[in-house]
Write a protein of this length. Structure first.
Length: 234
């Protein structure tokens, strides 16, 4: 069985008298330890897929299998536990607590997930911020803030790291550094990483590329020879 599997997943929203089909029969698999990229235009349904995988939204129909468990059948208590212990989130706009230092932002996540969490100072060193651990978000660059958000996610030792346009608010060089950090994390720790993006240029770095168009999976490509992000130009 694949580590992640979405089977005939459907999700709709009512907007007044209009029904929006955000996911219209989504099917794909991702293997454990893969670096997967989900690509598609704005409004294609990428974020809905990510939110359902992360337990932030529930599907109307279908199965969402993560590590052998169908999270679509979870109770509210079970889905809360799943988000707390199994999932790491990295967002486009960092979502850091502004009156906490880098270390305290990471410690906050570590406290939530309990005794299995990584030491906050150690994980900040891993993302190259050992000299900035006592700085507040306003004292950090955009790339440094995104590194804090990645450290915060990694401190939980997640089974699945979900990244929503993690380079969307960053300049070209900083964005490549963040993608390298995510790729290195996947390779070195065996963490399954899923990145959603509209940027097709980064797909050569992925083990698996899932293209979503009009709320459906339009294409799935398995890349046997993913390249280092440093070699990619966009």
């Amino acid at each position: 069985m694949s580590f992640v599997e979405m089977k005939d997943v459907r999700k709709s929203y009512r907007m007044g008298e209009v029904t929006i089909h955000a996911s219209d029969g989504i099917n794909f698999t991702i293997e454990k330890g893969e670096f997967a990229v989900i690509v598609g235009a704005s409004g294609a349904g990428k974020t809905t897929v990510l939110n359902m995988l992360g337990g932030m939204d529930q599907c109307d129909e279908g199965s969402i299998i993560v590590d052998g468990n169908d999270i679509a059948k979870y109770s509210k208590k079970e889905i809360t536990s799943y988000r707390r212990y199994d999932i790491g989130f990295v967002f486009q706009f960092y979502n850091l607590v502004q009156n906490l230092t880098a270390r305290e932002n990471v410690e906050l996540a570590a406290q939530i997930c309990g005794k299995n969490a990584m030491d906050s100072t150690e994980v900040l060193k891993q993302v190259g911020l050992e000299a900035r651990i006592n700085n507040f978000p306003a004292q950090l660059s955009g790339g440094e803030q995104q590194r804090v958000s990645i450290a915060r996610a990694l401190a939980k030792r997640p089974k699945l790291l979900l990244c929503d346009e993690p380079t969307g608010a960053l300049d070209y060089n900083t964005g490549k550094n963040i993608l390298k950090l995510l790729q290195d994390t996947c390779r070195q720790t065996g963490t399954t990483v899923i990145v959603i993006t509209h940027n097709l240029a980064i797909t050569p770095m992925a083990d698996r590329v899932i293209t979503i168009k009009n709320s459906k999976v339009a294409d799935i490509k398995v890349n046997r020879n993913p390249v280092p992000v440093e070699t990619i130009e966009w």
